[in-house]
Design a binder for this molecule. Structure first.
Ligand code: GLP
Length: 237
């Protein structure tokens, strides 16, 4: 069962998450980190950036694979997840950018790109620590509620709920891409350790379902109940 740690505030949650990620890097300098986007990890990346800037953390041998990317957005687009990762973390730490991977949202065949991405994760030796956020509908990466768990990295049609939730980052809801490419649930579940961070009252119900509800593809994150090493960090505010 996932272990739940609850915090009174976002700052404390980020500190804990950043400490867990930092200790992973300290224990294994060439760790493969699975990384997430969204608003929740921002404070975590800020701390990691700060610790690296003052010389307490060394990213020089770290490899990273990101969960997902919007289809149709070039890497330079300010809402692409590649851009987000560069700005929030990679530009601020001593990582070799050649060792940072984000699915290519411009790939002509997203499912083929997915197959290559899965091979890449295998070649890297698998993910040591996967950081996840969670959508209100239980999506992880962009694995949306569905009738089946999809194991491979694949192209996905975003739900209206996800499009609306992510509209806050765009000038207008019509600009939110309708499709994305996401790591599948096998890639996530094969990670040696998983750290899911969620904050705010609006995520309370979904965290409860993930922990205590039925394991079902209608709530993709419920599959985490079947993983042997999951920590969920939840901050109330
Ligand atoms: C997006 C990302 C997810 C993320 C989710 C939640 O949909 N694809 O990986 O977990 O947003 O974002 P937030 O942390 O902003 O609530």
């Amino acid at each position: 069962m996932p272990k739940l740690i609850t915090f009174e505030n976002y700052t404390d949650m980020c500190k804990k998450a950043a400490c867990i990620i930092a200790s992973q890097i300290i224990m294994k300098e060439n760790s493969v980190l699975g990384l997430a986007t969204g608003s929740t990890p921002i404070g975590i990346y800020e701390l990691l950036s700060k610790w690296c800037a003052r010389g307490d953390l060394d990213f020089s041998k770290v490899r990273t694979v990101n969960l997902d990317e919007y289809c149709g957005l070039p890497a330079g687009h300010d809402q692409s997840y590649r851009y987000f990762m560069n700005k929030r973390l990679f530009d601020n730490v001593n990582i070799d950018k050649n060792n940072t991977y984000v699915p290519n949202g411009l790939a002509p065949d997203a499912n083929k790109e997915g197959g290559n991405y899965d091979k890449l994760i295998e070649l890297l030796g698998g993910i040591d620590l996967q950081l996840l956020g969670i959508g209100h509908n239980g999506h992880i990466g962009f694995n949306e509620p569905s009738d089946v768990f999809i194991s491979v990295t694949h192209r996905v049609e975003l739900t209206q709920e996800t499009i609306s939730a992510n509209a806050r980052f765009f000038n207008d809801i019509s600009q939110v891409p309708k499709t994305a490419i996401t790591m599948g649930l096998r890639g996530i579940m094969n990670a040696k350790k998983i750290l899911l961070a969620a904050n705010g009252e609006s995520k309370k119900d979904i965290i409860e379902k993930v922990l205590n509800g039925r394991v079902t593809p209608k709530v993709p994150a419920s599959v985490l109940q079947l993983h042997p090493d999951v920590t969920i960090l939840y901050s109330k505010a």
